[in-house]
Design a binder for this molecule. Structure first.
Ligand SMILES: Nc1ncnc2c1ncn2[C@@H]1O[C@H](COP(=O)(O)OP(=O)(O)O)[C@@H](O)[C@H]1O
Ligand SMILES: [Mg+2]
Length: 167
């Protein structure tokens, strides 16, 4: 049976789409390791490239990956000392769906959480924080308020919480 030019084009397009999907999913399988954790908007995996990195996948357009990236990059460009409290984002995909970030470790049960923290990191759930080389940092800061606030680095008293209660 002879195909019309438009049918030929459609078939070619289908083949290209399938080929692209295979290429993308193959690449993702190569990069993404074990599941580490899940939040309200993102799922976080080990990164096969390095044990010091994680991959954060954000399927919907909640923009927390993009905001984490922008907040950190803004802080790099000014004198605000808040940066030292944040895990560093290393790469952001153009669509914001994927973010590669420094990996934190959960603090041990004996860890004493700081009594005071910078005001801007207002979501003081212990699941949002971890340790990198013994340094206590936040790895979930995609929803913090305006960092340009001069008070953002001001220390405030903190009541640490778990999602299921207090620490
Ligand atoms: N940089 C990281 N290193 C290690 N674990 C992380 C890191 N970022 C997130 N996680 C883990 O994944 C969980 C979900 O990530 P999170 O950034 O809090 O997503 P959400 O914004 O959806 O709450 C966290 O509670 C934590 O257990
Ligand atoms: Mg979280």
């Amino acid at each position: 049976m002879m195909l019309t030019p438009s049918e030929k084009f459609q078939n070619q397009l289908k083949e290209e789409i399938i080929d692209n999907r295979l290429a993308v999913s193959g690449f993702i399988h190569m990069m993404v390791g074990d599941l580490i954790g899940e939040g309200e908007t993102r799922t976080v995996y080990d990164c096969a490239l390095s044990p010091a990195l994680v991959i954060k996948h954000e399927p919907n357009q909640t923009m927390h990956n993009v905001l984490e990236w922008e907040i950190y990059k803004d802080l790099e460009g000014n004198k605000n000392k808040l940066k030292k409290w944040l895990a560093e984002p290393v790469m952001l995909s153009p669509c914001g769906r994927w973010l590669i970030m420094e990996k934190t470790s959960p603090p041990p049960p004996s860890f004493i959480y700081p009594k005071k923290m910078p005001k801007a990191l207002r979501d003081f759930h212990n699941e949002n924080f971890g340790l990198i080389d013994g340094k206590f940092v936040c790895h979930d800061y995609g929803s913090i308020p305006l960092i340009t606030d001069p008070e953002s680095n001001k220390r405030v008293k903190v009541k640490w919480r778990r999602y299921s209660g207090e620490v």
